[in-house]
Design a binder for this molecule. Structure first.
Ligand code: NAD
Length: 435
């Protein structure tokens, strides 16, 4: 047998790779951080502390494949910051996940938790693999070994994973079980986004999309737009995109364009989103072959004639090349990092109201916090209570970020960073530096 490293088939990503406006996602985070740090006149030592991850774990994950071969995967976990509490963040399985991406995502989690005022720090994990090419058994063995390798990192009081791209409730259940086997007790608060039967929270699956809906309604109020006047385009029809589309549709908006990894779909009369969701469920998780629509490209979706654009797929989608042609009045960032810093400048100049990722998609971590609280109390809330508290937190975070952006005369993105960095820096000042 030849000795050869696995080269993953990237063809599942059918769109050409986006033109990068910057070297990597971590730099993209730093560019925004720098602007906010300057406004806050952040002490240089604190600046250094807050851009540096506190722990970076890289671990090799040997997996016995179904055909008897052994493959070694790379697992990552970055703890960016723990000043406000135990670190929190999802785990992403993807062939192109990189350390820089995970570092950026971990930092974004720190700022996101601070924006919605939940007592967590930020973390993120990733495994370089192509889950579409793996059997359920192979995925289970990969997940369990990743968890075992990071047993000393994870913990309800230390670092609490959750789902992200290509990971789901089942994977969280395997993490819970593996961790519990090693800990010799069932520890359901070690992950969030797990099945309700194992201590998951009602409403967690819909929480990110629901939060996107709440902040979008807040922005519509600010611009004096009624839902019935708004057409919406959604990039990415997974957990976040499909739920945001469904809930905004229920509010009276018309969802005219959706896309996923298989391409874009346009219907000027508006989609019945529940039908689309059923189609995706029955069609191996994608919109491939959906008939009742006109085929459009990814770029056409991002620049379509709509009032609201929701990028809910992946980072670096709205670049400096796309931004001049964006027609939407509001962009609600369901995904993490979908807009590059150069595109941000163009959108600001055009007067597009961008609800930044660290606010717009914070509904997920908010209900993850509710889940962790419920697990620790052993007392579980009704869906009404979860949604009511989520709506309240998202609405008030929206108003606070909006007010901060007005106060400093900056975009909502910089307003969110100012709010978050100020909060973490103030907590750090009070805790002090232990050396
Ligand atoms: P998901 O895997 O459920 O869905 C991702 C969707 O994006 C899929 O429909 C996929 O086909 C599509 N996609 C991938 N590449 C694409 C491309 N190039 N063009 C168009 N569509 C493409 O993932 P998700 O959980 O919905 O997460 C989406 C984004 O939201 C990610 O950036 C994630 O980090 C972020 N996010 C998710 C949550 C959560 O709770 N799930 C919370 C906060 C942020």
């Amino acid at each position: 047998m030849p000795y050869k490293r696995t080269v993953y088939d990237q063809s599942i990503y059918q769109e050409p790779a986006p033109i990068r406006d910057h070297d990597n996602p971590f730099q993209s985070m730093i560019e925004r951080f720098d602007v906010a740090a300057e406004i806050l006149e952040l002490n240089p030592g604190f600046y250094e502390y807050l851009i540096t991850p506190v722990h970076v774990h890289i671990t090799s994950i040997p997996v016995k494949m179904d055909d008897g071969r052994i493959r070694v995967y790379e697992g990552l976990r970055v703890i960016h910051n723990e000043v406000l509490g135990p670190s929190k963040g999802g785990i992403r399985y993807a062939p192109d996940v990189s350390l820089d991406e995970v570092k950026a995502l971990a930092a974004w989690m720190t700022w996101k938790c601070a924006v919605v005022n939940v007592p967590f720090g930020g973390a993120k994990g990733g495994v370089v693999c192509n889950p579409r090419d793996m059997s359920p058994g192979e995925l289970e063995r990969l997940t369990r070994r990743y968890t075992a390798n990071l047993f000393n990192v994870f913990g309800p009081d230390k670092d609490i994973p959750a789902p992200d791209m290509n990971t789901n409730e089942q994977i969280m259940a395997w993490i819970l079980d593996t961790y519990s086997m090693h800990a010799r007790r069932t520890e359901n608060a070690v992950v969030t986004g797990k099945p309700v039967m194992l201590g998951g929270s009602l409403g967690r699956t819909e929480a990110t999309g629901r939060g996107v809906m709440t902040v979008t309604l807040g922005a519509m109020d600010r611009l004096g737009l009624r839902p019935s006047e708004c057409r919406v385009a959604v990039q990415g029809f997974g957990n976040v995109g499909s739920i945001a589309a469904k809930l905004l549709g229920e509010q009276g908006c018309k969802i005219v364009a959706v896309s996923d990894v298989t391409g874009g779909y346009y219907n000027e009369n508006g989609f019945d989103v529940s039908t689309l969701i059923d189609y995706v469920k029955a069609n191996n998780g994608t919109l491939d072959g959906y008939q009742d629509a006109e085929a459009i490209t990814n770029d056409e979706l991002l620049t379509s004639d709509v009032e609201i654009l929701i990028p809910a797929a992946k980072e670096d989608q709205i670049t400096r090349d796309i931004a001049p042609d964006v027609q939407a009045k509001i962009i609600a960032e369901g995904a993490n990092g979908p807009t590059t810093p150069l595109a941000d400048d163009i959108l600001n100049e055009k007067g597009v109201l961008v609800i930044p990722d660290i606010l717009a998609n914070a509904g997920g971590v908010t209900v993850s916090y509710f889940e962790w609280v419920q697990d620790r109390q052993g007392y579980f809330w009704s869906i009404e209570r979860v949604n009511r508290r989520l709506d309240r937190i998202m609405r008030s975070a929206f108003e606070n970020v909006y007010a901060t952006s007005e106060k400093y005369d900056v975009s909502m993105r910089i307003g969110a960073y100012v709010m978050a960095i100020d909060k973490v820096a103030s907590a750090l000042r009070i805790r002090g530096i232990y050396s």
